[in-house]
Design a protein around this ligand. Structure first.
Ligand code: NAG
Ligand code: NAG
Length: 286
């Protein structure tokens, strides 16, 4: 009788342990859900039975639409998913631009159900550099791109919304309607919510590396950025961390912030390399 009971308990435990939380994936710029297929397949291969929601919208050129528009639309889709999994919650992975927009989706969704958020080489502190710019706007150069991006018209595009020119910080603050707000550099009525929502996370995983080749500086994947003399200020010396503007310090002090650096990984490999997926993404997908 007791033996049977303990077997039943054992089976129950095993089945609980193998029930992985659903995963919501948010693709990068100029591509769509298709580009994330390898990641979806690998998750389901190593964690059988995982339900994966691969965000289908804003693929291709529509990924350049205004960041707030994409964020508020994506939020309706995330809400649908959260409503399906109210008890267990879900985990979320955002790749490249999708990691920045996905993070903002959480910030605008006070009772989101996301437990672990994985930011896979995303420009969390913005972007400034020719390599990335030329992928999308071949005729613009970083040095003068601010003349387009820091205007009313330039703010119609997502890249303009997180373009962070270290030499024109006054214009960045004046014109950018997105990044200074979601990073609580400019305080607004929503600042408390933007911070509280991130502090709900059980894990915030920030992944990036020096050989990325697209995110510039690559340390933006960890919320670090250039100062006005074009040096990258380490995260722990950055205002967003020291002033705990969006809860990064609190998350770290409670063991929930994970800063991961990997060398020899190009931007297009993060979501396609089994080594990366197995060693630094899957461990956070419980
Ligand atoms: C920029 O950061 C570097 C390295 O932290 C520092 O030496 C330099 O003084 C900073 N420049 C400004 C203008 O803050
Ligand atoms: C982007 C965002 O979250 N905007 C909200 C800021 O707060 C006001 C007032 O609560 C909301 O109406 C906005 O939607």
């Amino acid at each position: 009788m007791f033996a049977r009971l303990s077997v039943a308990v054992l089976i129950l435990k095993i089945s609980l342990a193998t029930a992985y939380r659903p995963v919501f994936i948010y693709h990068g710029i100029l591509t769509g859900a298709d580009s994330m297929t390898h990641l979806v397949n690998r998750i389901q291969e190593v964690h059988p039975g995982t339900v994966v929601y691969n965000f289908q919208r804003f693929g291709g050129w529509s990924s350049l639409e205004n960041a707030w528009h994409q964020v508020l639309e994506a939020q309706t889709n995330l809400k649908t998913v959260c409503d399906l999994h109210p008890e267990e919650g879900i985990n979320m992975i955002g790749y490249s631009q999708g990691g920045l927009l996905g993070r903002a989706v959480l910030q605008t969704y006070p009772d989101h159900c996301v437990k672990a958020f994985i930011s896979l080489s995303s420009p969390q502190a913005g972007q400034f550099g020719d390599d990335f710019l030329h992928l999308i706007f071949p005729s613009l150069v970083a040095k003068t791109a601010y003349q387009l991006f820091y205007t009313y018209v330039g703010q119609h595009t997502s890249v303009g919304n997180y373009w962070n020119d270290p030499h024109h910080q006054d214009l960045f603050e004046e014109f950018s309607i997105f990044l200074p707000y979601v990073n609580n550099r400019i305080l607004s009525v929503n600042s408390t919510q933007f911070r509280d929502t991130l502090m709900r996370l059980e894990h915030l995983v920030l992944i990036g590396g020096p050989d990325d080749g697209v995110i510039t500086p690559w340390e933006s994947s960890h919320f670090s950025f250039y100062n006005t003399s074009y040096d990258v200020v380490p995260l722990h010396e950055s205002e967003i961390y020291t002033e705990d503007l969006i809860g990064l310090k609190t998350l770290e002090e409670s063991g929930r912030l994970h800063i991961i650096v990997r060398e020899n990984v190009h931007h297009y490999q993060w979501h396609r390399s089994n080594d990366i997926i197995d060693s630094i993404i899957l461990p956070y997908l419980d």
